[in-house]
Design a binder for this molecule. Structure first.
Ligand code: S3P
Length: 189
């Protein structure tokens, strides 16, 4: 079997904040010799370097989501990339459709306590977690409950990141994405 014929055009990582999208995405891109693209980073660049908390504060969440959708449209034009998305990218069905058409979508999961441990120390960098204070776990559980179906709908594959070091997760994502035979955008039409 020709392995390259199984290779997806892109690997797209979706998942909740703190699920490891950036860390795993960078490692996977290195492993594949592909470009790493981060839609949060694209949003910041397009906003002349303003950070995400200030975009939420000054323009509101809807405007941020518009910026995020534009970044996704741009990112999916390329190929041979690992694309890490923001945790809320799956909230808009049109984003999900574009991401699924662009390659293999991997949902990175993590147990709620793990999400809290990974995000608590810099919760202020994430406007949707800032202000939760001691109730971070409750807040995360509620958001995960609301968003779970969106991640589920977006995902071709699911990989849990809770209990293993990044290199082991990179290997699992690599193995599974090579094996997954995801229909091309043309075949999905
Ligand atoms: C968000 C997740 C963040 C960032 C923004 C909104 C969300 O990205 O896009 O703060 O709605 O879950 P990370 O998942 O990379 O933290």
């Amino acid at each position: 079997m020709n392995r390259s014929s199984l290779s997806p055009r892109n690997v797209v990582l979706v998942g909740f904040m703190g699920s490891g999208k950036s860390t795993i995405g960078r490692g996977l891109a290195r492993r594949l010799g592909w470009r790493f693209v981060d839609t949060d980073e694209m949003v910041r660049r397009a906003a002349a370097g303003r950070d995400i908390p200030s975009l939420f504060r000054d323009e509101g969440e809807a405007a941020f989501r518009d910026r995020e959708s534009r970044a996704i449209c741009e990112a999916v034009e390329g190929k041979g990339q690992v694309i890490a998305t923001g945790g809320g990218a799956v909230l808009r069905p049109e984003n999900v459709a574009r991401l699924r058409a662009a390659g293999t979508v991997v949902w990175l999961t993590a147990r709620p306590e793990v999400v809290v441990a990974r995000t608590a120390w810099r919760a202020n960098d994430r406007p949707l977690l800032a202000g939760a204070g001691d109730d971070l776990l409750t807040h995360v559980l509620q958001m995960l409950g609301e968003r779970g179906p969106c991640y589920q709908d977006a995902a071709h594959l699911i990989v849990d990141t809770s209990d293993r070091p990044p290199h082991a997760i990179v290997e699992e994502v690599h193995r599974k994405t090579l094996r997954a035979r995801v229909p091309t955008a043309e075949e999905q039409r």
